[in-house]
Every structure is written in C-alpha cells, then in structure tokens.
Design a protein around this ligand. Sequence first.
Ligand SMILES: Cc1ncc(COP(=O)(O)O)c(C=O)c1O
Length: 501
Amino acid sequence: MSHERQGATPARWGADLQTSLFAKGRAGRRATTMPAWRGDDVDTALPAGALRAAPADLPSLSEPEVLRHYTLLSNLNHHIERGLYPLGSCTMKYNPRLNEKVAALSGFASLHPEQDEADLQGLLCALKLLQDALCEITGFAACSLQPAAGAHGEYLGMQVIRARHLDRGENGRTEVLIPDSAHGTNPASVVLTGMKPRTLKSGPDGRLDLDALRAAVGPQTAGIMITNPNTLGLFESDIVEVARIVHAAGGLLYMDGANLNAILGKAKPALMGFDVVHLNLHKTFSTPHGGGGPGAGPICVTQELARFLPAPVIREDAGVYRLDACAGECRPSVHAYMGNTGVCLRALTYILRLGGDGLTRVSERAVLNANYLRKRLEGLLTVEHAEGTLHEFIATGADWKEKFGVRTLDIAKRMLDYGIHAPTIYFPLIVDEAIMVEPTETESKETLDRFVDVVAAIRAEAERDPDLLRTAPHTTPVSRLDEAAAARRPDLSWLGPCNCG
Ligand SMILES: Cc1ncc(COP(=O)(O)O)c(C=O)c1O
C-alpha cells in the first residue's frame, strides 16, 4: 500500500463545488415543462394575499445541469454504495435495490393516508404482515409500527411501561435502571417520559453485574433498559436471571433491540424475559439511513401490554383490514397515521426475500465477519473485552496515543483518505479512546482484508509521520471541521457565509 497522501486534493473538486445552483442558473433554462394553466385568470383564482408581488427567485437550469449538481453532491459524501462503512452500533449494511422498487410501487407511494380504508387494503395488509413478522422474530404478541426511529421507539416503550404501572396504581415506580454501556438515547428517553434513569456499573467482563442489579432494584423500580447484545458486542449471558430479579421486584424489562442483527433467528427477546423491545428497521432490515434518516423504530410487546400501544391499530377481520381507533383503550398516537411506511415496506421486502433461514444466515455471517476482522486486527489495534464478541467489537487507540501521540480521532480521520468511512469513535464511553467496528454481513472477505491493510498502513504512518494523521483527512472536499460550531451555528444558507455571530 502506498504511503503517499492518497487520491484527489480538494482543489480537484473544482469550481463546480463552490458554485451554488443559484449562481449556475441562467435565465430561460428549464429542466421541466409545466402544463399550461387552463383555469381562471390567476389573479382571480387566488386570493389577493396569496399572490406574489414578484416572481420567486429560483435558479433556472437545464436537466443535465441539475443532474450533475446532485450527482456531484452525492459523491462528496461517503455512502454504502461508495465504500466500506463499518460504523459500530449503526449496522450500515448494503440496501438491496429490490426494497427500493417495492417501496416506490405507485400502489404504495401514491396513496394518500386520508383515502378510504377500502383504497388502503394493500398497504394495510403489507403493514400487518410486517407486524406479524416482527412478532414472530421477537417472540412477542403485539407490535406498533408508529415510531420513526430507535429513540422514538424507546420513548414509546417507556410510555407503555409507565402506563402499565399507573394502570395498576403503582405510581411510585419511576426509576429505570440502565447499564453504563448504554446508548445515550436510552436515558434521554426515560427522562422524556417523566421517569428517572439510574446507571448500573458493568462488571469487569463488560456485562451486567448481578450484585449491582440486586442492590439497585426496589419498589421504585419501573424497569430496566438493556441493549442485548450490548454496546460492547457481548451477549448478556445472565439475561434470564436478570429478568427474574427485575420481575420479582415488580419492574419490567425493556430491550433496546438496535443490535438485533447479531441474533436474528437465533434468540427471541420475549423468551429471554423481556416485556418490550424496539427494533431499528433502518439497521437490521436495511434502509439507507446515513445522514440521519429516514427510519422506523417499531416496538413489540407482551400480550399484557398490547392494550397500551398507540391508536390506530391495524386489525383484520375475514381478509378486510381496518384502522381501529380503539375507542379510548389505546394510548394516543406518536406519529401521524401509520408511521414511516416507506421504511416499513423496505423491511417487509427484506424479510420476505430472505425468509427465516436467510435471516438466520444474516446474523451468522455478521458475527463471522466481525470476528474475522477482530482476529486479523490483532497486533494492530488492541480489542477490549474480546472474549465472545458478536456482530461488532470495541478496539482502543489508547496505545497509539501513548506510542505515537495520535488520537483515535486522528486514526478515524485518516481512514477517510483511504475511502473508508471511519468506525464509531469515543463510544461506548466506558472504553478509553474507543473505536467501535461493525463490518456487517454484506462485506466480502476481500473488503475486510483491505480494511486490515489500511489500518496497517495508517499505523506505519503514525510511527513515521504522526502529523499526517493529526491533519487528516487530506483528500476529502473539506478537512477538519469545527464540529461544535457546525452543530450550534449551522450555515444552511445559499446566500453566502453565515453571519450569525
Ligand atoms: C444501541 C442503540 N440504541 C438506540 C439507538 C437509537 O436509534 P435511532 O438513531 O434510530 O434513534 C441506536 C442508534 O444508533 C443504537 O445503536
């Protein structure tokens, strides 16, 4: 592998990148032809207050100019069609094109949710099929497809748990136990439902510590929120005993099922003793979700909790589907209509295409790929809690910091120069200089081997020229960004540089 700074320089992207669509536009160019207006005179057809005083200042461009602009923009971003995306905890797997075709069928995509139920039969049937499939996969009795993301599912799941306790008059159950390895959304969701998170310290093996759990449960316990396998990629082997302890104390078990990719077809959350699970359809069941959306985070629950799911509920009677408003039985909805149906249709297609055996092979292959990579990285990166990792593993850059004076952030940035999206870094918080790698089942052995070669090359660079890493990336359109400023003062305007102080 070459030790040179690889690939294009930012200048190579050229002036095109600097020019907004607005500046590229020329009066009179068109990418579309609108049908002629055949109604009344516009002045009389629209109320006076809705009329523009001057035409909108929109760019005028030809179709190829528009296409080139967006193709260029799409190439500036890293995406799964461009290269490896081993972002731990995010399951960035390849998204089969078949899913897109199904979601785009006009019988689905052109529906309006306010249409009569008679017109929605196909969609309702598909959504009911998905609910049933998710119940089968998780072992639960009922499902709501409404949540639009994993965190939204957590929020709904916590609401369901809270509603069940209130229903039994157990108003004092407001504390939710959460291991210190949990995703940050877990405590946030608990707080949003008016309950209190309480952190449980993990044991030395990275799993739940039963003594700490026994000491923490009590009449105040609403439940426990566990990711299984957890964010270290480890299966909670004492999960049945955990369930016994929490249930005996009157609490319920919530599973963050974002890591389901590791156990599909192998283990059902309901049989482990959980009462509620949320799934990240946009990870486990493939949906393009880089850049923050779209997603779907359905929850599945036990029979006892089914009546706390939000309205409307899809019901089927003798082959006819309807949306049941539940007449005050269910909880208020958490999303307009039926949720992000496009994502649900992609997930259903994925599930039906693979079938039960195919889904089992997905998790076997995901675990195999992660373990192959972990083993091959030995001597290059130190892996924490390596024993028994499933679909992902956590390495640490702490020894690179000590030996070469480079941080995990520098390693991650340098990977971008090699055309690889950086793994997740600095998460979970319990591992110093964490690098979390999840290759997924959709990557070939050759791609995994290349990742190892890249890590080896970067390690050699760190030894020889640590500044190369500290100043990376060198080949991307922009180099190091001020991430705090980007979040606090985003410049989303085409009019010019942000003037927002
Ligand atoms: C373990 C875990 N829980 C919850 C979430 C939150 O899911 P979302 O980003 O869809 O809200 C994630 C997302 O990465 C996750 O990895």
